[in-house]
Structures are given as C-alpha cells and as structure tokens.
Design a protein around this ligand. Structure first.
Ligand code: ADP
Length: 472
C-alpha cells in the first residue's frame, strides 16, 4: 500500500508544533509495518534542507492567475528519516525561511497543492491514498475530484487528519482565480460563510477524517471555530486516533540534547544533573521544585494567564518554586512576560528552541498546560516520558491522557476550568506531592514506563486506510 502524507511541517525538516512531530514519526512507523508511506511538503530554507543531499526528481511549470511559476520536486537521497521525503520548491513562493505568516500564504499553499498534484499525475505515480494534514493540504480532495487537470487522480481515497481546527486557511473568493480550473458547479465544496475555506473543503470532500484524540473529536462537534455544524453533519466519517510519541527521538536514555542521559532506574540523579545545568544557566534555585511551560503564546494554550500566574507565584510562593517558560507568539504576552522575567525564581525564554525544550522536559519536576483547546497535546506525553509530572486542564487530548492524583491510575494533576485560581490551587497540590518525595518519585517512575508509543495508533491508521481502499 502506497500513501502520500501531505503536510506543511515534518520534524526534523521543519516544525513549529505537534503537526511536525506527528508527520515526522507516523510515516516511519508505518514503513516498519510494511506500508510505503512518503511525505510531501513545501521547501524551506532550513538547516535540515541545507545540510542534506536532495536530488531533483521532477521539474515543470504551472499557471497561477496570469503568472507562470516553474517548480521542482526534490527528494532526500538517503532516506535518513525512515521514509521518503519530497520537497516542493517554487521560486518566488516556496523558497523562504519561515513556514507560516507571509501575506501571500494562501497563494503559497494553493501553489504547493497544484504543483504536487501536477507532478503525481504527470508521472503516473498515484498513491493508493492521500493522507492530508490540516488546512495546508485541504484543497487536495477537492482538486482531485473536480479539476480537469488532475482527472487521472479522480477516485483516489483521501484521509484528513485534524491536528488543529482553529486554523482553517480562509481566503476571499478572488483567490479562486489562482487555482487550477475546476468544475464551476462545484464551488460550494470550497465555500464556508462566503469565503473559500480549505479546512471546510477538506472535511466536505475527504473520504474520512480523524481528530488527534477521541476527546477532541467530540469537542469538534461543539466548538470548532465556526465549523462545528460541518463536523457534526459529517460525523459518520469521523474518527479519533490519539497521537503517539516518537520513542527514538523522545527517550531520556539516548536523547543527545540532554546534559545527562537517564533511565527509569536513574531518574532521580539523572534529572538532578540536568536540572543543575539548567538552573545554573538561567539563575534558578536547584533546591526548589521546577515548574515549566513550553508552547505557543496563544489563547488556545491559556498563555494569556501566564503573566498573572508569574505574579501570583512571586507573591504567594516566594522561595518555594522555580518557573521556567519557553515559547513565543502573541506579542502582548511576550512583552508582559519579558517584563516579569526577573520576578521571583522565574526564567522566561522567548523563541523556538528544540534543544532547550528537551532539556526542560528532562530537568523540570512539573509541566503546566492551562489549555483552552488541546487537540491531543504532546507536551504532557513528553513530560511523562522524562519523569516530569503534568499539571493540566481537563480538555481534549489532555483529558484522554492525564488522570488526576485523586483517581485510580493517576499520572498527574488535573484542573477543570482555565483560571488563575485553579492554576494556583493545582500548584499547591503539586508542592504538597513534592514534599512526599517517595510518592513523587514513584509517580515519576510509573509515568516513564507508560506506553504512549505509536504502536497502537499506527495500526489504527493502517486499518482505516484499508477500510477506505477496500471501499473502492
Ligand atoms: P501545538 O498545538 O503547538 O502543535 P502540541 O502539544 O501538539 O502543540 O505540540 C507542541 C510541540 O512543539 C512539542 O514538541 C513542543 O515541545 C514543541 N514546542 C512548542 N513550543 C516550543 C518552543 N518554543 N521551543 C521548542 N519546542 C516547542
């Protein structure tokens, strides 16, 4: 079975969050089970792309509006990631350093999808199934069914994975002129609320969709940034498949980013060495418990509460806890946190830093996630794997993976509503647990042994592929 994953991100080529982690891991585990899974993504000017050898496997051109673009498909030559990876390079559109946030982003992703489908149909290398990830590949199911240019691909099954329904890729109808020409009777399949909405089109046109946790699937029917009624009306083709973690990358015994590697057996001394190095670098107190936040500064993540939270910690928990924050995003949150970075035992690092994130998971005692929306959440899984206790708001994938101390099979601290009061309350419980060091260490060790690997989810994806392909 041959499957093409189409995505804007794939670790370690380019990543801003969970999408990159998933697309960098799932195809690898699928290949180990005998599926031929490859990834197609845009070309970015990133270290991985500069440091690895790529060969040109195809070149051509296409028309976007009145403009002609030439493009090339570049394949990584060594299969170093455990799957084939193809980059779509389009000078003038897909030849930049950042993944998102350019003013012509919609042109970029239309062009990405146009170019890759042209390559696949021209070369007769159609897969058995297209696996589309989020809105960046949301037009693929529509194009293969309705664009004359890709009629050889018509009828190929498509699966859509929803990593985050908050971002939908909206664009005005004037952008339709930039698309490969399609059957004009079918415009309704692109439309949502009088705009072109690639995520809505993906849900309408795909053969099946899956949310990245069963909890998130149910939430999509109630809250999906305007698409809840669509998810609900298409619920017969909806599934929930929880993400796993790439145990080759996220393993404290072998992680090359750590100051000291450690196992379940050596977790206490191992984490202490890492914590010492981190505390020295950021002026924190080794003797105090270390709480961490890693992530995007967005409302979804509850990051707007962080500045107030830092002040609460400084006032109510003076000399009792360290807090380290790594992230970037909303400029107001960034500024407020930068302003507060000297408060109490607090360190704030603004930016995206993969290596530092691993070091923080390895050093911290607790990781806090006050999320309003959390489709799956990988941070809490990495935290557990590294012996760090998650303190989370009960939502989406966090609800599916973290069980409160008060319950059977507890693995963390859970609070219900997003508020400073609840966060402070949860920290109090955390500090109490920390004092009972034997119970705390037992929990750390048990969490490290939990199985959040890709094993069972890889099988679920393959089963779903088979069901879709067999429907033909
Ligand atoms: P998201 O909604 O952002 O995709 P996830 O929990 O699914 O959230 O995945 C977050 C991933 O991004 C994790 O691998 C996390 O460690 C990483 N990450 C988030 N922010 C940063 C940052 N500032 N520096 C390094 N890694 C980060």
């Amino acid at each position: 079975m041959k499957v093409f994953h189409i995505s804007a991100e794939c670790y370690p080529v380019a990543k801003t969050g969970g999408l990159g982690d998933v697309v960098g891991a799932l195809p690898k585990y699928q290949n180990l089970l005998g599926i031929q899974a490859a990834v197609i993504m845009p070309w970015y000017d990133k270290p991985f792309v500069r440091d690895h050898k790529f060969e040109k496997v195809y070149e051509s051109e296409f028309k976007q509006g009145s403009q002609f673009y030439s493009f090339a498909i570049l394949k990584e030559t060594t299969n170093i990631l455990g799957f084939e990876i193809y980059l779509v390079k389009i000078p003038g559109l897909l030849d930049r350093t950042e993944i998102y946030s350019y003013p012509d982003e919609s042109n970029q992703f239309i062009a990405f999808q146009h170019a890759l489908l042209k390559w696949i149909s021209d070369q007769n290398i159609a897969p058995d199934l297209f696996h589309c990830h989020d809105h960046h590949s949301g037009l693929v199911p529509f194009f293969i069914e309705n664009a004359e240019e890709f009629k050889s691909l018509k009828g190929i099954p498509t699966l859509a994975t929803i990593h985050n329904a908050q971002y939908q890729g909206w664009m005005g109808w004037q952008q339709a002129i930039l698309m490969p020409s399609f059957d004009s009777n079918k415009w309704g399949l692109l439309d949502w609320d009088k705009n072109i909405n690639p995520l809505a089109s993906l849900i309408k046109c795909c053969w099946a969709y899956n949310a990245v946790s069963t909890g998130y699937l149910k939430e999509l029917f109630k809250e999906a940034n305007g698409l809840e009624s669509l998810f609900f009306s298409e619920k017969e083709k909806g599934y929930g498949i929880i993400n796993g973690i790439d145990e080759e990358i996220w393993n404290p015994e072998t992680d090359p980013f750590l100051h000291k590697n450690y196992s379940v057996r050596t977790v206490i001394t191992g984490k202490k060495s890492n914590k010492k190095a981190l505390c020295e670098s950021y002026g924190l107190d080794l003797e105090l418990p270390l709480l961490a936040f890693i992530g995007r500064f967005a409302l979804e993540k509850g990051a707007d509460l962080l500045p107030g939270f830092v002040q609460e910690l400084a006032q109510k928990f003076t000399g009792k806890i360290n807090f380290i924050v790594l992230g970037s995003g909303d400029i107001h949150i960034q500024e407020a946190l930068t302003h507060l970075r000297e408060k109490g035992n607090t360190a704030v690092i603004i930016g995206y830093n993969e290596k530092l994130s691993h070091q923080i998971y390895a050093s911290a005692d607790y990781l806090i996630m006050p999320s309003r929306v959390e489709p799956c959440g990988l941070n809490q899984l990495y935290a557990m794997r590294y012996g760090t206790i998650p303190i989370v708001r009960s939502i989406g994938g966090l609800k599916d993976t973290v069980t409160d101390l008060s319950k059977n099979k507890a693995n963390g601290i859970v609070f219900e509503e997003v508020s400073l009061r609840n966060m402070v309350q949860a920290i109090k419980r955390g500090l109490k647990l920390y004092e009972e060091s034997k119970v705390f260490n037992k929990l750390q060790r048990e969490n490290m042994k939990l199985d959040y690997s890709w094993k069972s989810s890889t099988m679920k994806y393959i089963q779903l592929y088979e069901n879709l392909i067999n429907r033909l």
